[in-house]
Design a binder for this molecule. Structure first.
Ligand SMILES: Cc1cc2nc3c(=O)[nH]c(=O)nc-3n(C[C@H](O)[C@H](O)[C@H](O)COP(=O)(O)OP(=O)(O)OC[C@H]3O[C@@H](n4cnc5c(N)ncnc54)[C@H](O)[C@@H]3O)c2cc1C
Length: 449
């Protein structure tokens, strides 16, 4: 790193907000799949500092990567080369929660779990939830338009963001903050930044509409004989407005993970050829009997939690899948949207008779989002297979009217398939917007677009 540049950053953020040693955790993504070679991480503490950093970088054509919790799964949050990393984790002040409007105002660097802990005193919670809740930050969630476990009931994050403060690549601070539920004053600019993966600007603050914590909830774990039965149960319970989550898991991965729970009471002796579903219902008062009746018709067995601890354990069985796959080797991860009844068909098209490297499908069946994970022992093998699998998988997804990214985003992973997904005209329009905000191309280069 050029010493003049370093000195300029020291003037803006001070030496205590510059990291130049042990940058591995910032340069490497959560899956150890993407590794950059940045030599400097800046940790600004105010919006003005973010603005000054970007202005300087823009004037000197220095490329930057915004980083929050670095839990992203598409290589968006790590540099490709030696870009400057701007970590938002010190912008972690929660400003207020307004009980009358249920609107939270916060800096973007707060951990999702911490936002929920803060909201507890008001009996409110964040409208989205995901397995990375202990590490991901508000700004990272917004920049990826994160999906997660409750979309089936609450819909997407995008609907709950009422306002944003964003710093543009030229250093201009765009005040799009808004504490009104209703604001109908022309083009909704903040939407451009939600899900744009740090390619247009840096989100520094947000207004979020929060939701009440329900009085009651129940978690069910079901064992089923076929994937068709999973879909039949889904059809039955989907009409019920108390349905909060409908998560599907293949027996082959639960069976493999059984050894992790020696001594813990498992809901079933998992079998490789069975299908499992976790359902959570919630509300101010819930009707467990009517739900159980709906599920019974197609289910071999149902377990229902008797305590909060049991509920947490049942969720753990679902949430540990991503991590356990990572421990088996290098993982190719896909999160595609496709009609739920096509999940099994899709996987069979990729691996007929389910042969090939160890792979599983699981995920948010309730909102048509399947995760396909394929494990390779060597990174080189993964890279050898990647293109072949993706051309087939994404081609099939497109032909079924689906999306190559349901929730993780595009990052560096799926960038070359954007034209397949969007078509030439739409992609060109996205590129024009990028050029308008970032004519020098300094923001998160070679990601998404
Ligand atoms: C165990 C596990 C479970 C997960 N489950 C889900 C899930 O259910 N649903 C889901 O959608 N995702 C899931 N993810 C993926 C990931 O957690 C989400 O994408 C999350 O929203 C990323 O947040 P982050 O704070 O880690 O952001 P990062 O990974 O740091 O960044 C993500 C992207 O946003 C950009 N960015 C970050 N902060 C800002 C900012 N302030 N301004 C502008 N751009 C910014 C980055 O440049 C990058 O492109 C999971 C990940 C893990 C590890």
């Amino acid at each position: 790193m050029n010493s003049k540049i370093k000195l300029a950053f020291e003037k803006i953020v001070g030496t205590s907000n510059i990291i130049t040693n042990d940058l591995n955790p910032f340069n490497t993504d959560w899956m150890n799949k993407y590794v950059g070679s940045s030599q400097i991480v800046l940790t600004p503490q105010t919006t003005v500092q973010v603005s000054q950093i970007l202005k300087f970088c823009n004037e000197n054509l220095l490329k930057v990567v915004p980083q929050s919790g670095n839990t992203g799964l598409v290589g968006g949050s790590v540099p490709i080369n030696d870009e400057i990393i701007i970590s938002l984790k010190k912008m972690n002040k929660i400003q207020e929660f307004d009980l009358n409007s249920a609107i939270l105002t916060s800096e973007s660097g707060v951990i999702l779990d911490n936002l929920n802990n803060y909201l507890l005193q008001y009996k409110y919670q964040m409208p989205w939830d995901l397995g990375a809740r202990g590490s991901c930050l508000l700004g990272g969630n917004i920049s990826t338009n994160a999906g997660g476990l409750n979309v089936v009931k609450h819909g997407l994050l995008r609907n709950y963001i009422l306002g944003l403060e964003v710093v543009l690549p030229n250093g201009k601070i765009l005040n799009l903050l808004n504490k009104n539920r209703k604001d109908n004053t022309g083009t909704d600019l903040k939407q451009l930044f939600i899900g744009s993966e740090g390619t247009l600007g840096i989100i520094t603050k947000a207004n979020v509409l929060c939701i009440p914590i329900p009085n009651e909830k129940k978690v069910f774990f079901l064992e089923l004989k076929s994937f068709q039965d999973v879909i039949k149960v889904l059809q039955k319970v989907k009409r019920n407005e108390q349905l909060l989550a409908f998560e599907f898991m293949e027996g082959r991965i639960l069976y493999k993970n059984m050894h992790r729970h020696n001594g813990n009471q498992l809901p079933f002796q998992f079998q490789e050829d069975r299908y499992y579903v976790l359902i959570e219902i919630s509300g101010q008062s819930i009707n467990v009997d009517s739900f159980s009746m709906d599920m019974m018709e197609f289910t071999q067995e149902i377990i229902m939690n008797q305590s909060e601890k049991e509920a947490q354990f049942l969720w753990k069985l679902r949430e540990e899948i991503a991590e356990s796959m990572g421990k088996m080797g290098y993982v190719l991860k896909y999160d595609v949207s496709i009609p739920p009844d096509k999940f099994e068909w899709l996987v069979n098209q990729i691996y007929p008779k389910r042969e090939g490297p160890f792979h599983v499908y699981y995920g948010h069946v309730g909102d048509g989002n399947v995760h396909i994970n394929i494990v390779f022992e060597q990174l080189e093998d993964l890279h050898k297979e990647e293109d072949k699998i993706e051309q087939k998988l994404f081609g099939l997804v497109k032909s079924e009217g689906g999306s190559i990214s349901a929730e993780h985003g595009i990052g560096q992973h799926k960038r070359k398939y954007m034209e397949l997904q969007k078509g030439k005209d739409v992609l060109e329009c996205m590129n024009e917007i990028k050029r308008l905000f970032d004519p020098n191309g300094i923001m998160n280069p070679n990601k998404l677009l």
